[in-house]
Each structure stands twice: as C-alpha cells, then as structure tokens.
Design a protein around this ligand. Sequence first.
Ligand code: GAL
Length: 380
Amino acid sequence: MLAKKPPMGWNSWNTFGENINEQLILEITDILIEKGYKEAGYEYVVIDDCWALRERDKNGRLVPNPEKFPHGMKYIADYIHGKGLKFGMYSCAGVLTCAGYPSSYDHEYTDATTFAEWNVDYLKYDFCNFPKSGNCINAYLTMSLALRSCGRDILFAACNWGVQEPWQWMRSVGAHIYRSTGDIFDNYNSVKDIMLSQEKNFSMSAPGCFNDIDMLIVGMYGKGLVGVKDGCTDDEYKTHFVLWCLFGAPLMMGGDIRSVNDYSEKLMLNKELIRINQDEECRPPVILNSYNDDTNDNTTRKYFKILSDNEYILAFINYDDNPKDISAYFAEMGIPYSSEMGLEMTDIFTGEKLGMVRDFIRKTVPAHDCIVFKGALIHA
Ligand code: GAL
C-alpha cells in the first residue's frame, strides 16, 4: 500500500518555477542525504511543471526538454534511486499544463506507461486547461486506473485545488494525496487562509489518501520565482510547519534546501514535529471549543491531537496580528478535574517540563506564533 503515512519530500515549483534542470535535481538529491533530510523521512524528489518539450513525439509520447534534462528522465530516476530516494514527476488532467506544456487529457494510459518506463514513483496531477465538456471526477479516476495498471507502484498526487470538494471523493477514485486548496504563497496570510479553509475537512484524511494543503514554504524568505514573494518571519514558518505536522499533511519542501538558513533547516528536521506528522494512527486534531465564540473569530486555535501510545499534543496557535492569551480547560480535552487524571507536559520547542498539569492552562502566545506541548495522560 502506498501513502501509509503522509508523503514527505521536495518539489521544484515554489522556488524554481520553470527554471529547472538536471543539475538542480541531482544537487537537491545530494543535499537531501547530506543535510539529513532523508534520514528524517523526506523521500520524494519531485519535478513539477515545465520539464517537457512543447510537443509530443510522433508516437504521441511526452518528451523531456533536452536542454534542461540532457540525459532524459530515466537517468535522473536511476540517480535518485541510487541514493535510496524516490522520483516524482508532474502532469495535468487538462489539455495543457498550467504553464502550457502537453498534458494528459485523453493520453492517460500512454503517459502512465511512459512514467513507468522512466521509473517514476510519484505523479503530481494538476487541473489547468481542463475541457468544459470534461468530468473532473472521471478524469482523476482515469489517471488513477492508468497508474494502477502501468506495472509500477506510482503514488498518485492529485492536485485539483479543491474543485468539487475532493475530500468527498478522492479517496474513492484512488488518489493517495489530493490538493484541496489553491496555491500556497510565501506569505503568512496564505498559510493562515489555507489552514483555516481546510481544518474541518481532515476527517477523511487517513492512511492511503491524505488531504494535501500544498508545499511547505518554510525557509523561502521571499526568494521563490512564482507567486507572492513577501517571505515570512521565522515564527511564521514555525507556525506553518507545526500546522502541517499537526494535521498530518504531506510535507513537501518547496524551498532551496541547498542554501536554506539554519533556523528553517532545523525546523524542517525537527524530529518531534515530524513524529507528530507521521504518527501511525494519522488522526487529525480535535479543534477545541470550535463552536464557542472565542474560537469562531479565527484569531486563535487550540488543537488537541491524539497520538499512538498514550501521547497527546496540545497546540496553541495565535493566528492574530497581536499577542494573545490562550487558555484551555482540561475538561475540553476529555480530562475533567473529577477524573483525577492530568497531562505530564513538556514544551516541544523550549524543552521546558511543566510536570503534571490538570484542570486549566493559560499561555501568552506572540503574534503569528504557536506553543506546542506533548504529554502523557497519567493519574494525579
Ligand atoms: C498549479 C499548481 C502548482 C504548480 C503549478 C505549475 O496549478 O497548483 O502547485 O504545480 O500549477 O504550473
């Protein structure tokens, strides 16, 4: 079974756009090993849009642009596989990709065979230029079956930006992850809007098929080639990464990991956070008090996540532009005072041990920042 856990890796789009080539992909592959990303769980190296020639060949096959990829795609696959990693590519359900390259509408089985021949392990499948007469669900079902019958295990990363509520049907059509939102940009509001638009849709995100809220912008600091390039602060990247981990979203890095700064590198390699993302039970967090007034205004959140092995995560997120006091009663987390139980809590970032905490906790959280505790449930 593919995608037992949220997939992890790197994708070329956010930082490099059309500016991709063989050397870049090989260098990224090397860095994944050298900097410890592979060891931390990052596995897929994905080439996004703009890798192909503008025309198919005379047999109707997609052709890599020889100026960008002089040795072809199988060469890259072999290199990546030689390092113990996996290789991802990109196509689209429409008649042209978003950047105007040939796309897989009505070529699904041919293209799946081509990707299998190139030893591809992952296919991101976009939704631009989709014919008005086409049927979106059927298009993803068709490519899903084409991949399932191509003779190779290829993870199907569907990317239809949330059209027709994919959380309702992408699991049925066989996708392993599905993009549920428009593109993320290197900007705090983009992170916040994407997260808040999807936080209630994660109930269907589970082993075999995960909700994908787009690539990580951690560490880009405005250096990407596509979209809004405001950049974020370290705290904002931290909150972004914490949210993706809490919700079990795929962790596909979008920054230039060859030159990312220390703060962001450590963040993306944070073992505690990755463990939360990869927990085998893959449960989305409870949104505490989500029907009370204090959390309906989208300024703060308290997320409570059950992990396997009697471990629990309590995260205070301050989405607001000002510092906020955030508090939680343990009864909200299913631990009333009368139970004589409490959480033995540790702050994941500072390492501060709070000891056994019961009844109530309150913290001041700086703007756009978060506090994350882990804890075991024990007798008082
Ligand atoms: C968008 C997609 C992006 C990227 C881009 C490539 O539709 O959401 O993640 O793949 O196309 O052109």
